[in-house]
Design a protein around this ligand. Sequence first.
Ligand code: GLN
Length: 244
Amino acid sequence: MSDMKIKIMHLYPDLLNLYGDRGNIECLKRRLIWRGIDAEVVSHTCDDSGFDLSDVDILFLGGGSDREQKIVCSRLLEHKAEISGFAENGGSIVAVCGGYQLLGRYYKLEDETIEGLGILDIYTEQGSKRLIGNIVLESELAGGYIVGFENHGGRTHIGSHKPLGKVVYGHGNDETSGAEGVVYKNVVATYLHGPLLPKNPKLCDHILKNALIRKYGGGVELAPLDDELENKANEYIVNRFVKK
Ligand code: GLN
C-alpha cells in the first residue's frame, strides 16, 4: 500500500441516480485500490448540512430526471462558490447527463428554466424528441474510442469549450455538431450514462491520474492493470456500431 489516498464525493446520490451512474464511483475506487492507493467515498445528500470540499479530490454528479434536476439545482446553487472554486483549482469533477447540464449556465425546459452552476460556459435547451441509444466517440483523452449509452431530452451547446470526443455513432451534445461532452481543466462532463468508466478504463485512469497529480505532484505514474476484458467489451461495441 502506498501512502497516497484519494477522496471521492458523490453529490446528491438521493436525487441524481439514474442508470446506476454510481457504478462509476466503484470503478474509480477499485482502480485505485488495485494499485495500492487508498480510496474513500463520501456522499453529500439533500439531508446533509455543512459542505466541505477542502480534502475532496474527485466530485461525482450523476444523471437525473427534469423533476429531480429542479429540486437539486437550488441545493447546488447554495454551494456554487465552493464547487466552482474547486473546479478552477484543478479539482476533478465527473458529471453525467443531468449533472453535466447543471454544470452549465442553464437548462431551458418548455415551461421553466433551471439555473446551473455556470462552471462551464454552456447552455442546454429541451428538444422535441429524446436522444436515446448507444453512442461511440473518438477521444484523444481515451486514446481511441469511448463507448456508452445516452438518453437525454436536452441539447447542450458548448460554444468554444473542448468536447470530450467526436461522435462517430449516436447523437451527442446537440444532435448536429458531432461533439459530445466537455473537458475543462479537470472537469469531464458527458451524456454517457451507466457504466461509462468500467467500459472505458483509459478514461477512468485519465481522471485518476489528474486527481493524483493535483494532490501529489507531477511524478505520479499509474501502474498498468489487466484490462483485457474491459478492452474486449469496448471493442465489441466499436465493431458493432462503427466498423460494421
Ligand atoms: N433530464 C435531462 C434530460 O432529459 C437529463 C436526463 C438524464 O440525466 N438522463 O435531458
